[in-house]
Write a protein that binds this ligand. Structure first.
Ligand code: FAD
Length: 524
C-alpha cells in the first residue's frame, strides 16, 4: 500500500515537472481513483511500443483503471487542468505506427480489467444475455476472451478479425474485418450500444437511439472522440465446426470474379453461401507452405510451379462453411453446389475440418510458432488498403505482378466486401464503390542479410505501392490509416472530414485523446 502511494506520488511529480501540470498532487490523489498510476519501467516500456515496433514514445505515466468512472475522473482532470496533458487508451497495443502511444501524456492500459466491477453495484463483465442474444464487454477485453465467455452459452459474435488477441475498443476504433464482413459487415456494424468517456470526461451511454452522434463518431473513430469502456455486441448461436477450404487460381480475373460472385450471395439463405470469404496472393513457394498455418501438408509441399502460375503469381481463395450436428449431413452437398460454380484450378482444392474456436483462433497458432523462432517481436511495416473493385485488376498488374518481385516477406491478403454492409454514418472511410477489396501487406522486417527483407526495403516498397496508386488514379483508402500531415488526413476523410472535425470539437475540444494517431495537435 505504501509502495503504491509512493509510486503514485512519483508519477504525479513526473507530470508536474514534465508538463508543468497545474493540478496539485494532492488534488490528483483526491481524484478518488481506485486504479493505479504507474511509472514502473515494465509498464512504461510496454506503453512506449506497439506491434509495429517502428516508433517509440514514452508516456509520462501509465494508468491502470479500476472502472469506467476512474477513466472519467482522470480525463476530467486532463480536460480541466490549465496546462493539460494527453490521454491515450491502449487496448492490446497491436497498432503499427504508435497510434496508442501518448506524447506528454498518460496511457490508459485498458487490458487487464476482466472480471472486475464496472462501477459500484454493477455486475462484472463479460455479461451474456441469452434472452436477448448479446454480450456486454469491457472496452479492453480481448476478442478471444469475449469468444470464450459467449461459447459457454452456446453463442458467439458474428463478425470477427482474423486474429483474436486484439481489444474490443481497439478494433471498434478502426472497423474490425475478416472473411465474415461481406455477410455481416465489419465489427462496427455489429454493435448495439457503447459506454464512452468523452474528451471532456463525461461517461455517456450511446447507441442508434441515444447520443447517436457520439455512437457513430466513435465507431471507426480512431479513438478521437472518447474511450470505449463497454460495448454491447449482438450474438448468434455458435456453430460447432468449420469446414475450411482453399483453392488456387493462376488467373487473377477468374479469382476476383469468383470472390465477387461469392460475396454477392450475402442475401441468400445460409445453405446457399459460404460463411467466410477471403483470399491471398502467393508469389513464392516458401509462403504457400508456411502461410499462417500448416494447412498444406509439410510432407507433401505445394509447388507454385506445378500450378502453371501466370507471371509467377498464384491466388488462393479461402472459404469456410460452419455447421453443427443438425446440418452435418447436408454440408458436403452444400459445399459441392457452391464449388461447382467456381473456376479454380481443378486439382488444387485443399480441405480441412476443425472446431469453431480453433478456426477463429487460427492465427494465434502461428503467433506461437513465430514467437518460438524469435520472429514475432520484429518490425512490422504493414500496409492495409481498401481498393475499389474497378481498379483491382490494375492493382494486380502494377503491384502483385510488378512492384513485389518474387519475394513478399509475409502474407498478402485480398478479399472483397460489400459497401452496403458498412454504415456510412460511422467515422470509417471506404472507397466510393459498391464492392471494394481489402489488400493487406502483412510483412515482417528481418535483419538476416537478405536485403529484400529489411525494414528500409519494405518501407520503400510500401511507398512505391502508394505512389503507384496515386499515379494510376486508384482511389484507394488506407485501412488502419497512418498519415502524418493534416492535409493527408483531410484527403483521407474526403467528404467526411468536416463532420469528423466538428465532432472532434464537440467531444474532445482540447484534442487530448489518442494523439498517437497524429490527426490533431492538443490545444496546449
Ligand atoms: P491499440 O493498438 O491498443 O489501439 C489502437 C487505437 O485505438 C489507438 O489509437 C488507441 O488509442 C485506440 N483505442 C484502443 N482502445 C480504445 C478504447 N477502448 N476506446 C477508444 N479508443 C481505443 N484488424 C482487422 O480489422 N482485421 C484483422 O484481421 C486484423 N488482424 C490483425 C492481426 C494482427 C497480428 C495485428 C497486429 C493486427 C490486426 N488487425 C486486424 C489490426 C487491429 O485491428 C488494429 O491494430 C487494432 O487497433 C488493434 O487493437 P488493439 O486493441 O491492439 O488497439
Amino acid at each position: 500500500m505504501a509502495t503504491t502511494r509512493l509510486l503514485l506520488t512519483f508519477a504525479i511529480y513526473r507530470l508536474i515537472v514534465t508538463v508543468g501540470l497545474t493540478v496539485e498532487p494532492t488534488e490528483l490523489l483526491r481524484l478518488g481513483v481506485d486504479g493505479q498510476l504507474s511509472v514502473d519501467p515494465a509498464d512504461m516500456e510496454t506503453a512506449s511500443l506497439d506491434f509495429g515496433m517502428m516508433s517509440r514514445t514514452e508516456p509520462l505515466a501509465v494508468f491502470h483503471p479500476a472502472s469506467a468512472e476512474d477513466i472519467a475522473r482522470l480525463i476530467r482532470a486532463a480536460y480541466g487542468s490549465a496546462r493539460g496533458f494527453t490521454v491515450s487508451a491502449r487496448g492490446h497495443g497491436h497498432s503499427i505506427n504508435g497510434q496508442a502511444q501518448a506524447t506528454k501524456g498518460l496511457v490508459i492500459e485498458m487490458s487487464g480489467l476482466r472480471g472486475r466491477q464496472l462501477g459500484s453495484g454493477k455486475p462484472a463483465l463479460p455479461r451474456v444475455s441469452e434472452e436477448e442474444s448479446y454480450v456486454d464487454v469491457w472496452g479492453g477485453e480481448l476478442w478471444i476472451d469475449v469468444l470464450r465467455a459467449t461459447l459457454e452459452h452456446g453463442l458467439a459474435p458474428k463478425s470477427w478479425t482474423d486474429y483474436l488477441y486484439l481489444s474490443v475498443g481497439g478494433t471498434l476504433s478502426n472497423a474490425g474485418i475478416s472473411g465474415q464482413a461481406f455477410n455481416h459487415g465489419p465489427q462496427i456494424s455489429n454493435v448495439y450500444e457503447l459506454d464512452v468517456v468523452t474528451g471532456k470526461g463525461e461517461l455517456l451511454t450511446c447507441s442508434e437511439e441515444q447520443n447517436s452522434a457520439l455512437f457513430h463518431a466513435v465507431l471507426g473513430g480512431l479513438g478521437q472522440f472518447g474511450i470505449i469502456t463497454r460495448a454491447r455486441i449482438p450474438l448468434e448461436p455458435s456453430p460447432q465446426r468449420v469446414r475450411w477450404i482453399r483453392a488456387l487460381y493462376s488467373n487473377f480475373s477468374a479469382f476476383t470474379k469468383d470472390q465477387e460472385f461469392l460475396i454477392s450471395l450475402h442475401a441468400h439463405p445460409a445453405a446457399q453461401k459460404f460463411d467466410y470469404v477471403e483470399g491471398f496472393v502467393i508469389v513464392d513457394d516458401g509462403l504457400i507452405n508456411n502461410w499462417r498455418s500448416s494447412f498444406f501438408s509439410p510432407r507433401n509441399p505445394v509447388k507454385i510451379t506445378s500450378f502453371n502460375a501466370n507471371g509467377g503469381v498464384l491466388y488462393c481463395l479461402e472459404v469456410t462453411k460452419n455447421y453443427d450436428d443438425s446440418s452435418a449431413t447436408r454440408i458436403d452437398q452444400e459445399i459441392e453446389a457452391l464449388l461447382e460454380k467456381l473456376d479454380f484450378i481443378p486439382t488444387s482444392v485443399f480441405t480441412t475440418d476443425l472446431p469453431y474456436l480453433d478456426f477463429l483462433d487460427r492465427v494465434h497458432k502461428n503467433e506461437l510458432k513465430l514467437r518460438s523462432k524469435g520472429l514475432w517481436d520484429v518490425p512490422h511495416p504493414w500496409l492495409n488498403l481498401f481498393v475499389p473493385k474497378s481498379s483491382i485488376s490494375d492493382f494486380d498488374k502494377g503491384v502483385f505482378k510488378g512492384i513485389l518481385g518474387n519475394k513478399t516477406s509475409g502474407p498478402i491478403l485480398i478479399y472483397p466486401m460489400n459497401r452496403d454492409k458498412w454504415d456510412q454514418r460511422t467515422s470509417v472511410v471506404t472507397p466510393d464503390e459498391d464492392v471494394f477489396y481489402l489488400v493487406a501487406f502483412l510483412r515482417s522486417a528481418l535483419d538476416n542479410g537478405d536485403e529484400t527483407q529489411t525494414l528500409e526495403y519494405l518501407t520503400q516498397q510500401n511507398r512505391r505501392i502508394l505512389k503507384f496508386c496515386e499515379d494510376a488514379g486508384i482511389k484507394m483508402k488506407q485501412y488502419l490509416p497512418h498519415h502524418t500531415a493534416q492535409q493527408d488526413w483531410v484527403d483521407h476523410f474526403g467528404d467526411k472530414w468536416d463532420r469528423f472535425y466538428h465532432k472532434k470539437l464537440e467531444f474532445d475540444p482540447r484534442r487530448i485523446l489518442a494523439t498517437g494517431q497524429r490527426i490533431f495537435n492538443p490545444s496546449f
